[in-house]
Design a protein around this ligand. Sequence first.
Ligand code: AMP
Length: 400
Amino acid sequence: MNVFILNAGSSSLKYQLMNPVTKNVLAVGICERIGIDGVLKHEFGDGQELKIDVSMPTHKEAIELVLRTLTDGEGKVIDSIDDIEAIGHRAVHGGEEFASSVMVTEKVIETMKKLIPLAPLHNPANIMGMEICQELMPGKPNVAVFDTAFHQTMPDYAYMYALPYDQYTKHGIRKYGFHGTSHFFVSNEARGMLDKKHNTRIIVCHLGNGSSVSAVLNGKCIDTSMGLTPVQGLMMGTRAGDVGAGAISFMMSQEGMTINETLDLMNKKSGILGISGKSSDLREVLDGMQEGDDRCRLAVDMVAYNIKKYVGSYVAALDGVDALCFTGGIGENSALIREIVCAGLDGMGLNIDPTKNNKRSNKARDIATNSSAARIFVIPTNEEYVIASDTYKIVSGLEK
Ligand code: AMP
């Protein structure tokens, strides 16, 4: 079975064609600058690459181009669309309505539309992707895999904000959490790597451009750092993370900023970019630090300190820890961030081995010392596999 995986954003869409049973990836690609001009980057075969500059006025034209590229010409990997059995969609916000992946029906799309106020940038693009696939590939099953679903097991005392209760009942204001497919994949892999099979207490640090931490007890999420929206929690590439409400309202009044300007500043101009003044990309900021730039040094210190504080608080939330996992571009690649986060956590049973930590590999691995009470894992995430595998299970009736 080949599953077409689609991650539709507002001006870009990412795709993969994968067989979830063999885990064979036939093609990976991205359409960028949709509605502006348009460029398709398509990888296939043994690392061959194709770049097509072509006008993509709408998402429909972009998806049509992707399907043509998969089935015809230089980048062809399948004979026809008939070789795609199902489509798996990354969907951002499932609110409290979706605690697991679902077959896309009219009712599901209606519910996702009702959730648009919670994810005004993402849900409309996700819905558009679903409707276009239904139109271009009629009769093929579509499955929605929600970023928020894995976090739906959080207990009420973890997901509620201490606002008047009717803010929750009237508007659904609470923590939802994001990156759920990654937290699920990594915590599940970690469970498999542990000797212990019961009462597993796992902390996952998903550290990329967007970053979040989750606490996972026996495979179920009990807390996570992102909130109603992805701006809460850790300091990220361009997002501020946790900032006191008093600081935000004071900044708004001092600068005469509107709510939208404030959200734009907190989502797009803050975080690593805002502090370093140089880049949102940690690699460039690490280079800046090496060259003696003090604001780059500060950004790196803040990133690591923030992660460490969440790790400590989740050890408390889980009544201990069996495995701390690092994933995402930063978590998988930055030995320095892992080292600073773990420094001094021996008392919590987390003892990092510097040699193992500094060894580069793209495989899942344990970087704790042999005598460490808890394991420290680096686990490459694979959100696309979770989407393909959920799609396969739902479509073949293995999961309802
Ligand atoms: P992602 O969103 O998961 O693709 O992660 C992107 C982030 O990972 C960026 O901030 C990159 O700078 C960071 N990153 C990737 N490779 C490295 C590396 N070798 N060292 C430090 N940061 C890295």
